[in-house]
Design a protein around this ligand. Structure first.
Ligand code: NAD
Ligand code: AKB
Length: 323
């Protein structure tokens, strides 16, 4: 393979690029850095939109040799490592989830250290918190005793990121994303997925059976805010990034009943019913709201979307009149 970047200009590799975040993040990174500067990868072949808008490679991130080969041959300077199994799917196969989430992170950190990459981004999650964490306005520094294998892997991963920063000076940055809501790609096996599925069902069927109780308060963030937060974190001067585990990040908090009411203001006939399943226990172990004052103070984070603005925008994009 020929090197397409030999002068150490920014060259980005994204893992897990076909997922809910990757499809939007790759687009934003290509708009910012140029289409040829952002290499999208995933373990399977991509949708047309990812392959047609820039370089794409099939890559299983557990294959360290292949990852290293791509990093070296393409002159990669930054990795955004998104590939993971999420909270609900993770409980179906805990050991495989641990293996993917941890081994892939260690592969990325080790290659970034060896090849002296400029920066790494790795997402953590509100899943690092557990029943012993404060439920409301959960602070940056508090008890983290997660109950899911996904949360355990994110908790351990945060400490590995800090270890690589402190021991080796690797500039690895991270956000504890809350549940992300978007219209472009399906949500991938999480506990907060109801808040994505509900919009598609509301438009397609006019009704939705929710797998969480109506009063389950959870922290969420609209995807445009999440993408902007990611780019802003990665652009901030290194000395401003003093949380080297992962930053708390908040947008909005709502219950399924509150989201349904917001949808009903746009689609008055919409009906919701509730059949909680195993994901209720996971949701009940997470905080209902997050204190993100460190992110606000250190690199000026501020979300833009509230519940009504997000709901209107989601329905505008997936509504029956969308062309
Ligand atoms: P997703 O499930 O939608 O996408 C994950 C992608 O990883 C998929 O395209 C999958 O094919 C790929 N993948 C799985 N195994 C792989 C492997 N071995 N090699 C290469 N690719 C592989 O997930 P997402 O919602 O886009 O999440 C991305 C990251 O953000 C994850 O680390 C997740 O934990 C984190 N996160 C997501 C949310 C959210 O609400 N979406 C919230 C908090 C944190
Ligand atoms: C999930 O529900 O697993 C994700 C997350 C909050 O990490 N959306």
């Amino acid at each position: 393979m020929t090197a397409i970047n030999s002068n150490k200009k920014t060259m980005i590799l994204v893992t897990g690029a076909c997922g809910q975040i990757g499809t939007e993040l790759v687009k934003a990174l290509r708009e910012k850095h140029g289409r040829d500067k952002v290499v999208a990868t995933d373990r399977h072949f991509a949708s047309d939109s990812l392959q047609e808008t820039g370089p794409y490679f099939k890559l299983d991130v557990l294959d360290k040799y292949e990852l290293e080969n791509l990093v070296c041959s393409l002159g990669i300077t930054q990795i955004y490592h998104l590939a993971a199994v999420l909270s609900a799917s993770g409980e179906n196969n805990p050991l495989a989830t641990w293996n993917l989430n941890m081994e892939s992170l260690l592969n990325v950190l080790e290659i970034a250290r060896q090849e002296k990459l400029d920066k790494v981004f790795w997402p953590s999650s509100i899943a690092v918190f557990g029943p012993s964490s404060p439920r409301i306005n959960c602070p940056q520094h508090t008890v983290t005793e997660p109950t899911t294998v996904y949360g355990i892997s994110k908790n351990a991963g945060e400490h590995w990121c800090m270890y690589y920063f402190e021991k080796f000076g690797l500039d690895v940055r991270s956000l504890r994303y809350p549940g992300l809501i978007s219209y472009s790609a399906k949500a991938g096996g999480g506990t907060t997925d109801y808040a994505v599925d509900i919009f598609h069902q509301a438009v397609a069927q006019g009704e939705y059976v929710c797998f969480l109780r109506e009063d389950t308060l959870l922290p969420m963030l609209y995807m445009p805010d999440a993408i902007r937060a990611t780019l802003e974190l990665m652009d901030a001067p290194a000395e401003q990034i003093t949380v080297r585990t992962s930053y708390n990040l908040a947008g909005l908090s709502f219950t399924p009943a509150e989201l349904a009411k917001a949808i009903q203001t746009e689609l008055p006939g919409f009906k919701i019913s509730y059949q909680p399943d195993f994901r209720q226990t996971i949701a009940d172990s997470w905080p209902g709201s997050i204190n993100d004052s460190e992110a606000r103070n250190h690199w000026n984070w501020e979300p833009a979307y509230n519940l009504n603005a997000m709901t209107a925008d989601m329905l505008k994009h997936i509504g029956p009149n969308t062309s």
